[in-house]
Design a protein around this ligand. Structure first.
Ligand code: DC
Length: 215
C-alpha cells in the first residue's frame, strides 16, 4: 500500500472528523485532527485566563509550549473552547505555529504510515501536494442539528437556535479571515455529506482505490 496523504477540509459540523476516522481505519492511515491543536491551545489560554486581545501574552504562551498533545478529551469539544479556538485561528502566528507542529509530525512519521488530516486549510495551505484532497460540504441547518445532538449526547445543555447562530458565526470567521480562510482547495473533490454516510464513504473509497490500485 502506498503511503499517501489525504486531506479533508470543510466547515464545522460537516462530519469531516468522522469521515477521517473511517478512512484512517479502512486504509490504515494515521489520522491527524488539526482542529484538536487549535482546541488544545484554546484550552491552555483559557486555563491561564489569557486575554486573547493581548497578543504578546498569547505569543509568550506559544513560545513556552514547544508541543501540543493530539489527544482528545470531552472538554476540548465544549462550546467555550470551540469559540476560543475559532477566535485564535485568525492569527497568522498561531497558524504558523500549528502548521509547523503538523508538518513536523508528518515528516517524522511518513516512513511508517500514510496520513489522513482534517481541518480548514489542510489541502489549501498545509499539505498542498497531498495525493488526494477532499472538501466536505453540508447545509448549515443540517450541521447545526447534528452539533446540537452531539452536545446533548455529551451532556451539555444547549439550544438549537443558539447552536445555529454559533455555527453561522464560526463559518463567517473561518471563511472571511485574512489568513488561510476556509476555501475549496485547488484540485479538491467536493463531497456532499448530506444523505447517507455510506454513500459518502463509497465515493471516497473509489477515489482512494484509484490512487492505490490505479483502477
Ligand atoms: O475542526 P474543529 O471544529 O475542531 O476546529 C476548531 C477550530 O479551529 C475551528 O474554529 C477552526 C479552527 N481550525 C482552523 O482554523 N484550521 C484548521 N486546520 C483546523 C481548525
Amino acid at each position: 500500500m502506498k503511503k499517501i496523504i489525504v486531506t479533508i477540509d470543510g466547515p464545522a459540523g460537516s462530519g469531516k472528523g468522522r469521515i477521517a476516522k473511517y478512512i484512517s481505519k479502512k486504509w490504515g492511515l494515521y489520522h491527524l485532527d488539526s482542529g484538536i491543536l487549535y482546541r488544545r491551545l484554546a484550552e491552555v489560554l483559557n486555563n491561564k485566563n489569557i486575554d486573547l486581545k493581548n497578543i504578546d501574552k498569547v505569543k509568550k504562551i506559544i513560545k513556552k509550549h514547544k508541543n501540543l498533545s493530539f489527544r482528545k478529551n470531552k472538554n476540548l469539544r465544549s462550546e467555550k473552547i470551540s469559540n476560543i479556538a475559532s477566535k485564535i485561528a485568525v492569527f497568522q502566528y498561531v497558524r504558523k505555529y500549528i502548521n509547523k507542529l503538523q508538518n513536523d509530525f508528518v515528516i517524522q512519521n511518513i516512513d511508517k504510515k500514510g496520513f489522513v488530516i482534517d481541518g480548514r486549510d489542510i489541502g489549501s495551505v498545509v499539505f498542498k501536494n497531498a495525493d488526494l484532497k477532499l472538501y466536505i460540504d453540508v447545509d448549515v441547518k443540517i450541521r447545526a442539528k447534528r452539533r446540537y445532538k452531539q452536545l446533548i449526547d455529551i451532556g451539555e445543555k444547549s439550544i438549537y437556535r443558539q447552536i445555529l447562530k454559533d455555527i453561522r458565526l464560526r463559518d463567517k470567521l473561518d471563511k472571511n479571515r485574512k489568513n488561510s480562510p476556509l476555501v475549496i482547495p485547488k484540485g479538491a473533490y467536493v463531497i456532499k455529506n448530506e444523505s447517507s454516510l455510506l454513500n459518502t464513504y463509497n465515493k471516497i473509497n473509489k477515489l482512494i482505490e484509484k490512487i492505490q490500485y490505479g483502477k
